[in-house]
Each structure stands twice: as structure tokens, then as C-alpha cells.
Design a protein around this ligand. Structure first.
Ligand SMILES: [Zn+2]
Ligand SMILES: [Zn+2]
Length: 384
């Protein structure tokens, strides 16, 4: 028995330096229970690469997965007690190439998209791999090779992960690991605008509701794409202040005024072309509907915690379009990282804390309880 992947692998892997066979990874036991375990370093199969994870950001969806399960789905069921490693917003360094991969070299730095669809369903064939109809079908007789790392396959709270080649985006040399780990968040914001306006935002009026990570980076992306004005609606002054630094033209504090009236008065009473709701509450979805101009479009970019009642009549009578998105798609992470590389907005403004791998529970606690003003908390799995 050898100690490295090179000696053990049956695949014709290409590895520059020997990779250890064992790694440290956080695994999900019962709901809310994570443990740091030794795991075998996974082997990349055809069209896959092994990524050494250098930075992984904690996302609100990780908190949902760890506490409740969905949207994670492992072996067709809830993700508990199956040795599953969560974490989906990461970047790293190519450590090994699986068979058939020559698009990247060992040692290149890469950011990732979460979803790699099956490639054979109707949605995947039209480029909507985030909406793959074989979601979670990657086991036993149901193996359609769907991957959504941190949701249906092992993710980034570990030292290594396997990624499909289609999910990777090169990271420029002068971009930090921490910033590159935010590319998937920026990619989600970008995907929302691709769905709303095909990415053509120049001259369009945009409202972003909810200055969490996706909302704040949505402000940066909208501004970089030429939207005017970009209006950010929130309830906390410090978050609104960050929105200003990311390019918002107008800030609306919904605790101090009627947010719908404020947006209407900023737009000659007509409302905006596009609203991105990054809060997902009944109040904000209805605000979004009333802030939209006739024929405008709304992107629903937050997972609500429960059923939401909406003013459907107003939406229908005013020809308002509603789009739900669950994450990035249509290569949006590559587009977002291009804007970040060109310094069109500073994603690092939302990065507040960094921890080593052993401190994942603390990192999650900081993110969940917003300790010390935490927004995006990043873990560096190569340090402890
Ligand atoms: Zn996320
Ligand atoms: Zn598919």
C-alpha cells in the first residue's frame, strides 16, 4: 500500500507532486452536528479534477443544510449521517487531473461553480444546468452524474474536493484566495441579472432588496454593468454603507421610510426595470412587486423560510415577470470574476473574518450570529 494517490490510483491521473491519500474533512452527523474526520482524498474520474481547497466561504445556505438538510440531497435522502462534507463557495489549486482533462494544468488556481448538471436532461441541454432535472441523481442505479458540491456531492469544508471540469474558472494571479472564494456569490448575483436582462443592464433602473452577501455583490455587479440608478433597500445602516461603497446610487433604509414610496419617488413614480429580492420575506417580495414598473422583472434570489403570500393581482395586471434562482448558472461565475479581475467592484468589502480548518464551527457561529459584524466568513483549509 502506498501513501499517495499516485501509487494507489487505477486511473491515469496526472499529478505533479504526490498528494497525500488522507485528508481532514468536516462531516455532517445528526442535524447540527459536524465533526472533523480523516477521509480518503477523492479520486477524480473522467472529466473531473482534484482541487486542493485554499479558501471556502460560509454561506447562509450552509447553515440551512447543516441544521435542516435541504437543499442538500445525498443518496436520494437527507444528508445526515452519510459522511457528507458541506461547503459550496470555495476556490483552490488544481492538484490532479482525471482522465480526459487537458483544459487545466496542475498548480493553476481556480474558483468554482457549484452545479454540474447531468448533461443529458432537457434543462442541461439548454444550458440551464442549475435546474438539472436529475438533481441529486448520482448514486447506485440512479447515477446520472449530477454534481452540486456541498449539496449532492462532497463540498469544501475539507482539504480536497473533486470538481467537474465545467465548474472551474481561472483565478488571476493578483486576486487573493479570499476574494476568489467570493466569486460564486458574485456569480449568483450575476446570474440573476442574466435572467432578468440578459446581462444588459446599461441604463436600466435596478433595485436590490436585502444587503446580505448576494445583495451587496448584486449592487457591485449591477453598477459594473452600467445600471442607473442602482437603489439598495435595507434595514441596517452599516450594511447600507457597504452598499454605497460597492456603488449604490441611492440607499433606502426601510425602517425609516416607506421603501416602496421612496423607490417610486426616485423613479418619477414609475418604478424600476429590475428588482432583485435577496431577503425572501413576504414583506420584501411584495415590496419588489410594487417597486417594479409595468412590464418589469423581479429576481427572487433568497430561500424563504416558509410560504409567502404575494399581491398576485398587481403582478398579473402589470405584466410583471417573476424569476426564481437557486444559485449561479450559465457560466455566471466566469463573468463575475472577469468584473472582479478588472476591479469594477471590490468584493473583499464583504469579507470580514478568516479562520483555519479546525475553527469551522466557530466560523459558522460567526456567520449565523453575525458576531463582530460578520458578513462573509472565510475558512482556509490548509491551515489549522
Ligand atoms: Zn452559497
Ligand atoms: Zn441535467
Amino acid at each position: 500500500m502506498g501513501d499517495t494517490l499516485v501509487e494507489e490510483s487505477k486511473n491515469p491521473l496526472k499529478i505533479a507532486a504526490p498528494v497525500a491519500k488522507q485528508m481532514l474533512a468536516w462531516t455532517l452527523g445528526k442535524p447540527g452536528e459536524l465533526s472533523l474526520d480523516q477521509k480518503e482524498v477523492p479520486l477524480p474520474d473522467r472529466s473531473e479534477l482534484l482541487i486542493r481547497i485554499d479558501a471556502v466561504a460560509v454561506c447562509a445556505t450552509d447553515l440551512d443544510v447543516i441544521a435542516n438538510g435541504p437543499p442538500a440531497l445525498i443518496n436520494g435522502t437527507l444528508p445526515f449521517n452519510q459522511g457528507f462534507t458541506p461547503g459550496h463557495e470555495y476556490m483552490g489549486t488544481v492538484a490532479a487531473l482525471g482522465p480526459g482533462v487537458d483544459e487545466y494544468k496542475v498548480g493553476e488556481r481556480v474558483a468554482v461553480e457549484i452545479h454540474s448538471g447531468c448533461g443529458q436532461c432537457k434543462r442541461c441541454r439548454s444550458g440551464m444546468y442549475t435546474s438539472c432535472t436529475n438533481y441529486g441523481q448520482n448514486y447506485g442505479e440512479h447515477d446520472k452524474r449530477h454534481r452540486a458540491n456541498g449539496f449532492t456531492t462532497n463540498g469544501g469544508f475539507a482539504q480536497y474536493a473533486v470538481n467537474h471540469v465545467n465548474t472551474l474558472v481561472r483565478v488571476p494571479d493578483d486576486m487573493s484566495d479570499e476574494e476568489a472564494a467570493l466569486a460564486v456569490t458574485a456569480g449568483t448575483s450575476m446570474y440573476g441579472f442574466i435572467e432578468l436582462g440578459g446581462g444588459l443592464l446599461a441604463g436600466e433602473k435596478v433595485v436590490v432588496i436585502g444587503p446580505g452577501p448576494i445583495g451587496l455583490l448584486a449592487v457591485g455587479v449591477a453598477k459594473a454593468l452600467g445600471a442607473a440608478p442602482v437603489i439598495l433597500v435595507g434595514t441596517r445602516e452599516n450594511r447600507l454603507g457597504l452598499g454605497k461603497r460597492l456603488g449604490a446610487d441611492h440607499l433606502v433604509n426601510a425602517t425609516l421610510c416607506d421603501a416602496v414610496e421612496a423607490v417610486r419617488s426616485l423613479t418619477d413614480g414609475k418604478g424600476v426595470d429590475y428588482v432583485m429580492d435577496c431577503a425572501g420575506t413576504e414583506e420584501t417580495v411584495n415590496q419588489a412587486i410594487l417597486m417594479c414598473s409595468r412590464g418589469g422583472k423581479i429576481c427572487l434570489a433568497a430561500f424563504p423560510h416558509g410560504r409567502v403570500g404575494i399581491d398576485l393581482g398587481h403582478a398579473v395586471m402589470n405584466n410583471i415577470y417573476l424569476y426564481g434562482i437557486r444559485g449561479e448558472g450559465k457560466s455566471a461565475v466566469a463573468r463575475a470574476i472577469a468584473l472582479m479581475a478588472a476591479k469594477r467592484f471590490d468584493a473583499t468589502l464583504i469579507h470580514t473574518h478568516t479562520f483555519g480548518l479546525a475553527d469551522v464551527p466557530k466560523a459558522i457561529q460567526y456567520a449565523r450570529e453575525r458576531i463582530d459584524g460578520a458578513i462573509k466568513v472565510v475558512v482556509k483549509p490548509q491551515s489549522y
